[in-house]
Design a protein around this ligand. Structure first.
Ligand SMILES: [Zn+2]
Ligand SMILES: [Zn+2]
Length: 228
């Protein structure tokens, strides 16, 4: 079913990216679209599990951002698509993910600025692109919001978070970001592909806050639920 992911250069724009069936929209056929693991409900602040109420974690320790909006749950096929973009350079998938994110934020408060989560420069060079920027660019264009890829930067490389506990994740990314004051007084939407514990996004949001951002929204393509 997902054999196309290994050979995205042959991706034919008029075929469904998931099943290969012809589709008028040129993206995802109605059948696959209906089966996408759409993210709904949950904590209105962090989009974590819950019943449309602010979760205990956010009440105990209010995050530096106002709200998180996730388009999908990080499950099949969203996980496969994001991994194909990130690790196999399937850049053709970025505008599709951006389109799903655009739909999810259609009724959300409009930001002044869209900022993609920066990678550490050496990491971005090794990969050749930043997946968050690839998603944020068509999203910003579609919504008519200014894209800013320079104000926020990652000033420290950090170990992968996957094997770490939440306190370790927080420590690992502490002060990993710097932000210019060009965001002062603005509502910023910080865009990323996946949010898991949220520790890295939280730290980036802290840097934006320190630089004077008035309000921060997190817009992520997919929300993964962290292991407890
Ligand atoms: Zn399909
Ligand atoms: Zn929460």
């Amino acid at each position: 079913m997902l054999s196309f992911l290994n050979n995205c250069s042959q991706l034919v724009q008029s075929d469904c990216v998931l099943c290969g069936a012809p589709t008028a929209q040129g993206q995802v056929c109605p059948r696959c679209g209906a089966a996408l693991p759409v993210s709904s409900g949950g904590c209105p602040v962090c989009a974590g599990p819950g019943e449309d109420r602010i979760c205990g974690d956010c009440l105990r320790e209010p995050p530096p951002y106002t709200r998180c909006i996730a388009a999908l749950r990080y499950e099949f096929p969203a996980d496969e698509l994001i991994q194909a973009l990130k690790y196999r350079g399937a850049l053709a998938l970025a505008p599709i993910l951006a389109e799903w994110l655009a739909r999810a934020v259609a009724h959300a408060p409009r930001p002044d600025l869209i900022i993609p989560m920066p990678l550490f420069p050496a990491r971005a060079r090794a990969r050749g692109f930043n997946q968050a920027t690839e998603i944020a660019r068509p999203l910003a264009h579609r919504l008519g919001v200014r894209l800013d890829t320079t104000s926020l930067s990652r000033i420290r490389d950090t170990a992968p978070q996957a094997q770490l506990s939440l306190p370790e994740r927080r420590r690992n990314v502490r002060d990993a970001f710097a932000c210019a004051r060009t965001v002062a007084g603005l509502h910023v939407a910080l865009v990323d592909d996946v949010m898991t514990s949220g520790a890295t996004l939280r730290e980036a949001a802290r840097a934006l806050k320190r630089a004077g951002a008035a309000e921060i929204s997190l817009w992520v393509v997919a929300r993964a639920l962290p292991r407890k």
